[in-house]
Design a protein around this ligand. Structure first.
Ligand code: CAA
Length: 283
């Protein structure tokens, strides 16, 4: 199937990045959120990123203007009535995501594929609230979306080969590399990444080393672009805790228990970069 018209529901950091990349690939994109100020904030981030591309000579001003002209801002989900593809990127909450999927299932045409950018929630469960579970799939982008190469494509129990193929083609068209995984808690990315971050937090909790030392070891010793604690602050400590809980509950193994220090930081409101303080302090 040909995908030309797309709606991205949720204009936060992930949703706006996805809209930018989709419009950059020539798709017509509706960027949707519940409040005009959320949509505007996402759009401002897109324009800032594209202006940087122009400054750095990666795009011409004309290309930037063309990309921007392919993005329509919306707070009305009924605008999804003629899309071929919907990508949900709202907060990680099963009720909220299910509600978006129920609405998208009613509004979008029958041929449209409905994808979720969830980092850890079960695609099969989200698909079950729709009448088209065969056309529901996970499309997990990494942050920052314009930079990161991977899209983890998650097949739900009912996802068909046709749906997978369409999303694989779309990912490549967006200049990304799709990797197929099945629907298990945390998929692959977070099943491997989050226990590493959690273990780095245990190193602080048990006094093995200071945060800077843990990060230096992993950066210089393992060639990671960011140390695990800097990355945890970047992702958000509330998100890290949430994903550890999904792994712990879903897989039932004590090796996924969240570190008590992570819980304490989240309770204190030390959520990382977005709150100004996590393992590091941000001005
Ligand atoms: N949006 C768009 N572009 C961005 C960006 C952003 N938020 N942040 C950085 N960039 C771009 C910049 O344009 C920059 O290129 P130019 O300077 O040429 O314009 C380029 O990335 C490099 O940026 P910096 O020089 O500022 O910094 P850096 O070299 O340290 O790279 C990084 C930044 C790409 C974020 C790098 O540190 C990195 O790869 N970190 C690891 C990121 C990672 O692991 N992401 C996955 C998180 S897990 C996840 O997303 C899934 C989940 O479910 C939790």
């Amino acid at each position: 199937m040909t995908i030309e018209r797309v709606i991205v529901v949720g204009a936060g950091q992930m949703g706006s990045g996805i809209a930018q990349v989709a419009a950059g690939a020539g798709l017509h994109v509706i960027l949707n959120d519940i409040k005009p100020e959320f949509v505007e904030k996402g759009f401002t981030a897109i324009k800032k990123n594209l202006s940087r591309d122009v400054e750095k000579g990666r795009k011409s001003k004309e290309q930037m203007d063309e990309i921007i002209s392919r993005i329509t801002l919306s707070t009305d989900l009924t605008n999804a009535r003629d899309v071929d593809f919907a990508l949900e990127a709202v907060i990680e909450n099963i009720e909220m995501k299910s509600d978006v999927f129920r609405k998208l299932d009613e509004i979008t045409p029958p041929h449209a594929i409905l994808a979720s950018n969830t980092s850890s929630l079960p695609i099969t469960e989200i698909a079950a609230v729709t009448k088209r579970p065969d056309k529901v799939i996970g499309m997990h982008f990494m942050n920052p979306v314009p930079v990161m190469q991977l899209i983890e494509v998650i097949r739900g129990l009912a996802t068909t080969a046709e749906t997978y193929k369409a999303v694989e083609d779309l990912s490549k068209r967006m200049g990304k590399t799709p990797v197929e995984v099945n629907d298990f808690p945390g998929f692959v990315s977070n099943r491997v990444l989050m226990p590493m971050i959690n273990e780095a937090i245990y190193c602080i909790y048990e006094g093995v080393a200071a945060p800077e030392a843990v990060d230096e070891v992993m950066k210089l010793g393992m060639n990671h672009p960011m140390g695990p604690l800097t990355l945890a602050d970047f992702i958000g400590l509330d998100t890290c805790l949430y994903i550890m809980e999904v792994l712990h509950d879903g897989l039932g193994d004590s090796k996924y228990r969240p570190c008590p220090l992570l819980r304490k930081y989240v309770k204190a409101g030390w959520l990382g970069r977005k709150s100004g303080r996590g393992f590091y302090i941000y001005e």
